[in-house]
Write a protein that binds this ligand. Structure first.
Ligand code: ADP
Length: 407
């Protein structure tokens, strides 16, 4: 099946057209035909990079909205000049599935209505994917089935003691408050790669994974299922991120609102958009610049110290939650590409078997083990591939629909 996987984020749209064959032998599930990245969203001058086979094109485009970005991406992949096959199904990454969506779901008008309700709950996170769904429907029409694949779904397995906040049960029930967890597609992808790489059956994989990108989170995976994760009701909780604070004393929200005479929405905007590495350093959210400026910029040094310390605390907590793990995995833009940050997070953790091999760790971006062969707790870098999971889940979901229609 020819599937277009769309991953609409707050500042970029990633897409991939691939030939997906669920049930095919290992390594033949998916063949990528074209992949693209539109950066600089939602409005203004954006850059589209499109790779078809060995050919790579870069093009500047002026965009007015997420819808416009997705329509542009669709126009390019359906351009007859590229000679790509027709799209049979589209898969959309949706960040927040709430309590309703715990598995990939075909998008029909009823599902769309529920997704729109959820948008009110998570406006910062779901708006780009909903815009992507609407734009795809308008461009490709009703004849092309679409599936929504949720970042929260992988964490539907969280046990009660990890999914509950210690607030009044009545309030939690009335407002649907629980810890949902995010980055689920990334964790699914890393878990599958770890199992393939090490020959571990999925139901026996017990891992701690750090997904460190613009958004950062940690997950404790026991026997192939998520049993704890650092993001909660929204993707604000947990680790220090590019512009998000992660964990803090909840009393700070009211305190800042009163002291600064600011609305709750303004304080939330500070915590989501002006905090984390950017807020601590007063310089940038980009780890590459922070590492380069650390020696002459006290803010850069502080930001990296808080970032690494918080991540190390979560590793320790998840070792306790899991009662020990088989492996520790780094993924995401920072986790895959920054040997310095990986080494600093695990500094002083030899006591629990976490030790890096400096030569193996210095390789960036490549999949593989970065700890010495005799480390009691092996550590790996595994590049995440969210679009692959979107494509595979969409093919399964649409394949089931086609079987049902034939019956
Ligand atoms: P997103 O969460 O938006 O998908 P990514 O996973 O692509 O983001 O991660 C983006 C982050 O990765 C950037 O903030 C950047 O700081 C970081 N990054 C990318 N390459 C490197 C590198 N070589 N060293 C350190 N950090 C890097």
């Amino acid at each position: 099946m020819i599937v277009l996987a769309l991953n609409c984020g707050s500042s970029s749209v990633k897409f991939r057209l691939s030939h997906v064959q669920p049930g095919a032998p290992e390594g033949e599930h998916e063949r990528s035909l074209a992949r693209g990245l539109l950066e600089g969203l939602p409005a203004g001058e954006a850059v589209l990079s499109l790779r078809v086979g060995e050919r790579v094109e870069r093009e500047k485009v002026v965009l007015r909205s997420y819808e416009g970005a997705v329509r542009h991406a669709l126009d390019r992949v359906t351009d007859p000049a590229l000679g790509l096959p027709a799209i049979a199904a589209v898969g959309h990454r949706v960040v927040h599935g709430g309590a309703r969506f715990t598995r990939p779901t075909l998008i029909d008008p009823e599902v769309m209505a529920v997704l729109e309700e959820l948008e009110a709950l998570a406006p910062l996170h779901n708006a780009p994917s909903l815009a992507g769904i609407r734009a795809t429907r308008m461009t490709l029409g009703l004849g092309t089935p679409m599936a929504a694949v949720f970042d929260t779904a992988f964490h539907a397995s969280l046990p009660e003691h990890a999914s509950h906040y210690a607030i009044s049960s009545d309030l939690a029930r009335r407002h649907g408050i629980r810890r949902f967890g995010f980055h689920g597609l990334s964790y699914q992808s890393v878990l599958a790669s770890y199992c393939r790489m090490t020959g571990t059956p999925l139901e026996r994989a017990t891992l701690i994974v750090l997904h460190l990108g613009n958004g950062c989170s940690a997950a404790a995976i026991k026997d192939g299922r998520s049993v704890d994760t650092s993001m909660g009701f929204t993707p604000l909780e947990g680790l220090v991120m590019g512009t998000r604070s992660g964990d803090l004393d909840p009393a700070l929200v009211g305190y800042l609102a009163r002291k600064e005479r600011a609305s709750i929405e303004t304080v939330e905007e500070w915590l989501n958009g002006q905090s984390g590495l950017l807020g601590l350093s007063g310089l940038t959210h980009d780890v590459r610049t922070l590492v380069a400026r650390e020696s002459d910029h006290p803010g850069a040094r502080l930001a990296l110290e808080v970032f690494c310390y918080r991540a190390r605390k979560y590793v320790g907590a998840y070792l306790a939650a899991l009662g020990g793990a088989q492996a520790m995995v780094f993924t995401g833009g920072i986790g895959e590409n920054s040997p310095e940050i990986r080494a600093r997070i695990l500094e002083g953790m030899e006591w629990c078997g976490l030790r890096l091999d400096p030569v193996l760790n210095s390789r960036s971006g490549a999949e593989g083990r970065i700890s010495p062969p005799d480390a009691a707790l092996p550590t790996y870098v595994i590049p995440t591939d969210e679009e692959l999971i979107i494509a595979q889940e969409t093919a399964l979901c649409v394949g089931k629909l086609k079987k049902t229609l034939r019956m």
